[in-house]
Design a protein around this ligand. Structure first.
Ligand code: SN0
Length: 314
């Protein structure tokens, strides 16, 4: 593997999932692979799981880790080529990425969607500029349109917990007052569309995901119908793609509760976290046996470790 920006960089989902499970069983088996190698983790946005799990995965592989928050720790970075830099941003990504590439063997980048200009977000400028100028492999730590390390951890969790060869997996939209990116939902679709599953997406009208991500999944505006016999329910809020970045509704009837899980086939509830309790998901569901969000977050380490191993070997 050279870069890890999306599912298209994964040579095989099932092999990456199996590699993650192997790393979980034997975390230090490859402790020499990353000896004297350095990973730089660059954050344009907040992070808890991604930052710590990727750091831990790199350390398990024997790597050195450097972390930086852009803007607060470093100079503000200009992404646009050919502009007169007479505003607040003091450094251009051309130099910044090339310099970080001098210090690091792998660079991880987190840069969320700004949710102002759809074409700009979906062009993935920050990731693409780093890829162009850093000269070393780039790992996506959640970009404007995708969160592939999360999706791989999700696939590992589903593989661990599934009780049938072809589970029914439901992605349900959850209410939130704040406009959130589509990245986690997009990426989940992109991966789950490629594993053995019956995949259903449910959301209120106006929240249709981009066709290149939704793919051939079944889509319904009826959450109750979608939840019937589900083996996995994956909750996530996202803002509208059609009316880009808008919050069109906050209907609390879309909140996931323990009672709604009664419709499922003894289903497991998943969420990437952070989750706002009693806004998106009720306490009684998050505190129940049905919720696997902590196991899912734990698997972030093994997903990152499988990916970093693939890049170190590649
Ligand atoms: C991010 C998102 O993409 O939805 C990161 C998820 C891993 N989530 C948030 O920004 C939540 C912020 C909030 O205020 O609830």
């Amino acid at each position: 593997m050279k870069h890890f920006l999306s599912v298209y960089d994964a040579p095989s989902i099932s092999e990456l999932v199996q590699e993650g499970i192997r790393q979980k069983q034997n975390p230090f088996a490859d402790a020499h692979l990353g000896k004297n190698k350095t990973i730089g983790l660059i954050f344009f946005n907040s992070s808890l799981r991604t930052r710590l799990s990727t750091q831990k995965a790199a350390q398990n592989l024997g790597m050195n880790v450097m972390t930086m928050n852009v803007g607060t720790d470093s100079w503000g970075l200009e992404m646009q080529d050919g502009v007169i830099m007479d505003a607040t941003k003091a450094e251009h990504v051309k130099e910044a990425a090339a310099v970080v590439g001098q210090y690091c063997d792998i660079i991880g980048i987190r840069a969320f969607a700004e949710l102002q200009d759809r074409d700009k977000d979906y062009a993935e400028q920050v990731l693409q500029q780093f890829k162009k100028y850093a000269g070393v492999p780039i790992v996506n730590l959640e970009s404007a349109t995708r969160h592939p390390l999360q999706s791989l951890a999700d696939c590992i969790t589903i593989e661990e917990l599934k009780t049938t060869i072809r589970p029914k997996i439901v992605l349900t939209w959850l209410p939130h007052f704040k406009p959130l990116p589509q990245a986690v939902a997009n990426s989940f679709c992109e991966w789950v569309n490629r594993i053995e599953a019956d995949f259903v997406i449910t959301h209120p009208e106006g929240y249709t995901l981009a066709p290149e991500f939704a793919g051939n999944a079944q889509v319904t505006n009826n959450q109750e119908e979608a939840l019937k016999n589900a083996d996995f329910v994956y909750g996530k809020n996202w803002s509208s793609y059609a009316e880009y970045g808008q919050v069109l509704t906050q209907q609390s009837t879309w909140m996931m509760t323990k009672q709604k899980m009664d419709l499922t086939n003894n289903g497991k509830f998943m969420h990437c976290l952070p989750v706002r309790r009693n806004l998106k998901v009720s306490d009684d569901l998050l505190d129940s046996e049905a919720s696997v969000v902590i196991q899912q977050a734990g698997n972030r380490v093994w997903a990152a470790q499988a990916v970093l191993k693939g890049i170190l070997e590649g």
